[in-house]
Design a protein around this ligand. Sequence first.
Ligand SMILES: Nc1ncnc2c1ncn2[C@@H]1O[C@H](COP(=O)(O)OP(=O)(O)OP(=O)(O)O)[C@@H](O)[C@H]1O
Ligand SMILES: [Mg+2]
Length: 303
Amino acid sequence: MQHAVTQLELLGVPLFSRGKVRETFDLGDRLLMVATDRISAYDSVLPNGVPAKGIILTQFAKFWFEELKDLVPNHLLTTELNDLPTHIVRYQHLLHGRSMIVRKADRIDIECVARGYISGSAWAEYQSNGTVCGQRLPDGLQESDRLPEPIFTPATKAQDGHHDENISVEQMVEIVGQDLTDQLQSITLAVYSRAEAMAREKGIIIADTKFEFGYIDGAVSLIDEVLTPDSSRFWDAELYAPGKSQPSFDKQIVRDWLTESGWDREPPAPALPDDVALQTARRYLEVYERLTGQTLDLDLSDR
Ligand SMILES: Nc1ncnc2c1ncn2[C@@H]1O[C@H](COP(=O)(O)OP(=O)(O)OP(=O)(O)O)[C@@H](O)[C@H]1O
Ligand SMILES: [Mg+2]
């Protein structure tokens, strides 16, 4: 069985940023982004990981970057590590499959969210005001309903440990200007619409997703991760039933187990039993294989 990689330190390689799931290393004009097998649920990172989750996440991002590159340029250079300096290549066994070498961008500090369905913070705002990020939506929508058309709902990037804050498109204009707002809105909606239609053919609903952009050589480019289960809400189309919150395609096994464990959702979270972690890994692999039509050479057997 795959062993879960939850801690990662590369001696002599400076850290660029450490997130809940990924470790990003600074290579000068490039970044080495490594997805670990860490998993978060209800805002806490669990003490143990989900074997191979980071590999599956990275392969997802790679698939989408390739699939979407005619719509917008992106930061991905390669997922191959052979050309790296030897003091990094010696970690090959840990990094393989879960790493991307990307061009460092001048990041635009707005989270660009596209929503085709109403859920999460959008549902909460709609219930109290009838709006989402200040945009009025038709009356009578139910939780998880498909929207008449996808909407663009920007947010500001939160400082460590805080939630991103939804803002209106007008507020975004004040921060980055009208031209860039228009450009990011149209790329966000084009990319989401393409991906959502592709996924729907495979029986998967991408309810919403978050993109980040930056400038690379003066061009607005897609950065960070794209359309992974960590940056998107994936639902099983066969189980879709609006009027309530939908089970998450990837994380539901974890959420259900955490709820049954009686955990009060205050950190620290309890460790997942091995069989729950393994079932979760198989679930991530299933959504990857269904969506991309590709297989991954991973050992997710019991031993
Ligand atoms: N090509 C790039 N150039 C510069 N910065 C980038 C690039 N791609 C991604 N980033 C930034 O690198 C960081 C990656 O961090 P990561 O996503 O692991 O953690 P985080 O966003 O701080 O927290 P979270 O765990 O909530 O996602 C983010 O701040 C992201 O905006
Ligand atoms: Mg992030």
